[in-house]
Design a protein around this ligand. Structure first.
Ligand code: NAD
Length: 251
């Protein structure tokens, strides 16, 4: 039955940035579809665990601006749930400064969390999938700024354009190993990431005017795409970045 292909019963997912926003949404959607989730954030994912139950959701608190936590993330997922089937690279950070004065610190932090750790965590998961002999899914969270330049966010744009690019590179090399690497590019979503934009009346109005759907997105809006890309329904989808944006890119 076609709907059975979307179920995640018996699957194990790692979701980064699981304490809030989209990462909390991915965790909830995966548990509802039948999976167990290991969350990783630099803040404790206590609220997500309370929502989903300890038997379904465990978490690690770790700073993903360095590569140090990667080994422990893989080990904890395997020790806790037995194997890994899905990785969602969702943790991300944004720094807004005029580009002419943009600091090295804001460049390095954003590139490290959004791109460097994303790549090496994906690589570690891919190695685990090969070791298991199972294949698996890797979903990264890209952005409208994987396609556009943005304003006052050069490191964010560089990192998210990079996410879209390396999603294709990883897919090219790993599709033959049964690993599906894809990305989701959310439009403008009402989370902490866009708090400053939504608080700025002029910017908020300009953004809303340009969204054909006429509203900010919510974590729930992303979850159909997430379940599709995490499930066997997408077994022949490789290297694609799927926009879930209320029509923004079409304008
Ligand atoms: P958010 O700020 O609420 O969530 C960011 C998450 O990343 C949090 O869970 C945070 O703990 C985690 N994180 C940040 N720095 C970290 C670090 N050093 N170590 C470990 N974890 C860290 O915002 P969100 O909107 O839920 O963002 C989730 C993803 O979606 C991000 O990659 C963001 O760039 C992307 N995104 C968001 C939007 C939007 O409009 N909200 C649009 C496009 C892409």
């Amino acid at each position: 039955m076609i709907l059975d292909k979307f179920r995640l019963d018996g699957k194990v997912a790692i979701v980064t940035g699981s304490d809030t926003g989209l990462g909390q949404g991915f965790s909830k959607a995966f548990v509802e579809a039948g999976a167990k989730v290991l969350g990783v954030s630099n803040m404790p994912s206590t609220a997500t665990q309370e929502m989903l139950g300890k038997e379904n959701f465990e978490f690690i608190q770790a700073d993903l601006s360095t590569l140090d936590p990667i080994e422990n993330i893989i080990k904890t997922a395997v020790d806790t749930f037995g194997h890994i089937d899905i990785l969602v690279n969702n943790a991300g950070v944004i720094k807004r400064e005029d580009t002419i004065d943009f600091s090295v610190e804001s460049w390095d932090l954003v590139m490290n969390v959004n791109l460097r750790t994303l790549f090496f965590l994906s690589q570690a998961c891919a190695k685990q999938y090969v070791k298991q002999g199972t294949g698996g899914k890797i979903i990264s969270v890209a952005s409208m700024l994987s396609y556009q330049g943005g304003i006052r966010v050069p490191s964010y744009t560089a990192s998210k354009s990079g996410v879209k690019g390396i999603t294709m590179t990883m897919a090219n090399e790993w599709a033959s190993k049964g690993i599906n690497v894809n990305a989701i590019a959310p439009g403008y979503m009402a989370t902490n990431n866009t708090k400053a934009l939504r608080a700025d009346a002029d910017r908020s109005e300009a953004i809303l005017d340009r969204i054909p759907a006429g509203r900010w997105g919510t974590p729930d809006d992303i979850m159909g795409a997430a379940i599709f890309l995490a499930s066997s329904a997408s077994d022949y989808v490789n290297g694609f970045t799927l926009a879930v944006d209320g029509g923004w890119l079409g304008r």
